[in-house]
Write a protein that binds this ligand. Structure first.
Ligand SMILES: [Zn+2]
Length: 465
């Protein structure tokens, strides 16, 4: 269900924005070829001692990852850099084809023959556009989402169910995108000069509504979320939630293993629909310490109001995108409008041009979007460490996530491509936290009189030194 629309249409852009706050992922399910090790014993260098050194502890954790696993996950992740480029170029080519071959104008003509009623006309155009572009993009989608995911041992679906999910996604796009297209084209026709600011407002409202309904109406189309009721897992989590003022009565579990081996958890929705969800891969493979560390991170998103901050940030991005669209459309239509048989901004035939301009915008601001998200992820990491007090569980989660993320990128690479801190930086942050709160672990070690396999159980109170 990863959205990888090469055509960054307004719609796809919005969907991209709407993606739920991501979280940790690692994966799992035996027997995945690229499984990272589950570190049962904390490495010697990371054991509490008067000589504890955060860098040495970080290196000791990283040293547990076999070289061939690192090579494999690096190849997977770095391949993703190129996919960003190919997706973009492929989308540009398709948009230019639809415009220059005047297929877009023909789809407009056809929709006008069906009806003169403008909203229906817009929907009929959208239907043709969506189906045609989905078919044209299909070779790339099937490679990226199916064959490549299988090649790296990350996918669990056979082709039939995968295709079923694609069709469901198409239906969701048809309905939500259709509604958005009808409203946006209505706005453009009604206010030919100030449409871009009004369209921004409509799009922001759309994003908010989609975020609100996603956990309750969209997610269940693909998976079956249910309330998690294993007291061994839920009790420490709810205890941690209460200690942090989170009014959570339930934690949700989702059957992500239907599609993927990746471990993950997330916070989605807002207001009444806000919920924390753990996927079944995480529950099966994660140690209790690791699950608590991940939950602390998720609670960080919640307590730090990341969803609301995201909405504000996205609102700014959307306004900028529409201002740029307003200028870009005016310029392009003046030059090529006649050749493409597009009558104006309110003509549905303009849609491929809109998608083309949004694709360029989305491509250029990729590092900005990644940096926004990565900054929030870092904040959630810090919150999670303070809350769960599980630096070793956190390090283990970072290693599991390394199954599909490069562990040790260069700083510029991380800035451009990473929407989470890199594995190395996450482990280092955990070990630095451990070094600065070493007293907690030394006492634990003395009272248990032995080696530490795990940090103290989570409780709410954070020892602030
Ligand atoms: Zn997160």
């Amino acid at each position: 269900m990863t959205s990888r629309k090469f055509l960054a249409t307004a719609f796809c852009c919005l969907f991209f924005f709407c993606a739920t706050l991501c979280v940790t992922s690692a994966f799992a399910q035996p027997p995945a070829a690229n499984e990272m090790p589950s570190v049962i014993q904390v490495p010697t260098e990371a054991q509490p001692s008067p000589h504890f050194d955060a860098t040495a502890a970080t290196n000791a954790y990283l040293a547990q990852i076999p070289a061939e696993k690192t090579a494999r996950s690096d190849a997977y992740f770095e391949g993703g850099y190129w996919l960003i480029l190919w997706d973009f170029l492929y989308g540009v080519v398709i948009a230019l084809l639809l415009l220059n071959l005047r297929w877009s104008a023909r789809m407009r003509d056809l929709s006008e023959r069906v009806t003169r009623f403008k909203p229906v006309h817009t929907f009929v155009y959208w239907l043709q556009y969506l189906v045609l572009t989905t078919v044209l993009v299909f070779p790339l989608s099937v490679y990226e989402d199916y064959f490549r995911e299988h090649k790296y041992g990350l996918a669990t679906q056979t082709f039939g169910p995968w295709m079923g999910d694609q069709l469901k996604m198409l239906a969701v796009n048809l309905v939500l995108g259709g509604v958005l297209a009808i409203v946006l084209f209505g706005v453009v026709r009604r206010w030919p000069h100030t449409w871009w600011i009004r369209a921004s407002v409509v799009s922001i409202v759309f994003v908010v509504v989609v975020i609100l309904i996603t956990p309750v109406y969209i997610v269940p189309i693909f998976n079956t979320p249910k309330i998690l009721n294993d007291p061994k897992i839920v009790d420490p989590i709810l205890s941690m939630a209460r200690a942090n003022g989170i009014p959570a009565n339930n934690v949700y579990e989702i059957d992500a293993s239907k599609q993927t081996t990746k471990m993950s958890a997330n916070v989605s929705g807002f207001g009444n629909t806000m919920r924390i969800t753990l996927n079944d891969n995480l529950l099966r493979r994660g140690s209790p310490e690791e699950i608590q560390a991940v939950m602390g991170h998720e609670m960080g998103h919640y307590v730090l109001n990341h969803i609301y901050k995201d909405i504000i940030f996205l609102s700014i991005v959307i306004v900028l995108a529409f201002a740029y669209l307003y200028l870009g459309l005016g310029w392009a239509l003046q030059h090529w409008g006649e050749r493409w048989r597009i009558r104006g901004v309110g003509d549905t035939a303009v849609l491929p041009l809109v998608m083309l301009l949004f694709a360029i915008f989305g491509f250029v601001i990729t590092p900005v979007m990644n940096t926004w998200t990565r900054t929030q992820e870092y904040e959630a990491d810090m919150y999670g460490l303070n809350t769960s007090r599980q630096p070793d569980g956190f390090a283990q989660a970072a290693i599991h996530l390394g199954e599909y993320r490069k562990m040790n990128p260069g700083p510029i690479e991380e800035w451009i491509f990473f929407d989470h801190p890199s594995g190395r930086n996450r482990i280092y942050a955990a070990m630095r936290w451990k070094a600065e709160n070493l007293k907690l672990f030394m006492e634990q070690q003395q009272s248990s009189g032995g080696a530490t396999a795990a940090a103290p159980a989570a409780s709410g109170a954070v020892d602030k030194k």
